[in-house]
Write a protein that binds this ligand. Structure first.
Ligand code: DAH
Length: 335
């Protein structure tokens, strides 16, 4: 009898080890501890046994039955903790995964490179005040530079930011000097749409503030970012530029990757694409951020992430990027 009870437990243990689904465990349960199970049969036979045998085997049978019931409930509990009830892996389904958007890919590549150089990644607000978008950046009301960045003014007196540059001020206020931040995000301008212009596009702002920073530091960082992200030979040229928040300001252009520099609609037939404007932070901007311009200086830059994605993947029409056309975007799948 003892042997038979041991065998029953052993058989139950083996069958449970083989089952992965609730329905199968319930079948095993009814086979081993249900009304028609062997242990039930043995228990109901107890009444025909001698008083001695009843005493000898009665409690052993009951204990065995309890143990077997526990084994079943443990198996069911394990199943719950693996959420197998919710996820039936025997069902066939389409294993088609989505892909990252090209702008997401380049944004991640740029922030990863900058993070390696000690930059903190911050995130600004798409709805911004005029103060942070313009005034604190040395663009007072009525300054002609505002014309170049026509935007959407909101009923609440705020605006959709035209640039990520306002995050320079937020970061200086928040962290003080010395500082290394970058801030990727969406920006908006009231533009007529064409192959090169969208009313919604992405930039990443960068700012470094410390003692004794030079334009050489800026050039080094930019070259590293470009060579790692584009992974192809491109010519670079530096031109003087104008931005109220940097002095001196410059524009870094790269040779157009779509036409190789010979001229096409994307580069307006110039062979060059304006990619990274930047310069040395204007003392008024440092003051707006509460930083002493006699002690600290720094550089700032704003990379057009949308353009960078176009150049990296040779996309000749900016509208494709915001179109949500999965057939096109799938071409940039990285696995
Ligand atoms: N915010 C400028 C734009 O959208 C780009 C820019 C220029 C950012 C110079 C900078 C900078 O940080 O130093 O056109």
């Amino acid at each position: 009898m003892e042997k038979e009870l041991e065998n029953l437990k052993e058989a139950l243990r083996n069958e449970l080890a083989e089952t992965k689904k609730e329905a199968d465990i319930l079948n095993v349960k009814s086979k081993y501890v249900g009304k028609k199970s062997r242990i039930f049969e043995l228990l109901s036979d107890l009444k025909n046994m001698s008083v001695d045998d009843k005493r000898k085997y009665g409690s052993l049978m009951n204990v065995t039955k309890k143990e077997m019931e526990m084994m079943v409930s443990d198996a069911l509990e394990n199943l719950d903790s693996q959420s197998s009830n919710l996820f039936d892996d025997t069902i066939e389904f389409e294993k088609e995964l989505g892909s990252l958007h090209p702008i997401t890919i380049v944004a991640k590549e740029v922030t990863d490179i900058l993070k390696r150089m000690g930059f903190t990644v911050v995130s600004g607000h798409e709805m911004e005040t005029e103060y942070y978008n313009f005034e604190a950046l040395n663009i007072p009301k009525d300054h002609p530079a505002r014309d170049m960045q026509d935007t959407y003014y909101l009923d609440n007196g705020m605006l959709l930011r035209t640039q990520t540059s306002g995050d320079q001020i937020h970061s200086m206020e928040r962290f003080g000097a010395p500082l290394r931040i970058c801030s990727p995000g969406r920006t908006f301008r009231n533009e007529d749409l064409d192959a090169n212009h969208e009313n919604t596009f992405f930039q990443i702002e960068g700012m470094v503030i410390d003692e004794g920073i030079s334009i050489g530091n800026l050039m080094y960082v930019m070259k590293l970012v470009l060579s790692e992200v584009l992974k192809q030979e491109v010519d670079i040229r530096l031109r003087p530029g104008f931005f109220p928040f940097t002095e001196p300001s410059y524009e870094m252009d790269i040779s157009c990757t779509i036409c190789g520099g010979s001229g096409c609609p994307t580069c307006k037939n110039s062979g060059w694409i304006e990619l990274i404007p930047g310069g040395m932070v204007h003392p008024n901007v440092l003051r707006s951020g509460g930083i002493d311009p006699d002690k600290y200086n720094g550089f700032a830059f704003g990379i057009g992430l949308t353009r960078l994605a176009m150049m990296k993947y040779k996309i000749n029409d900016i509208r494709i990027l915001n179109s949500g056309d999965i057939r096109y975007l799938e071409n940039f799948r990285i696995d």
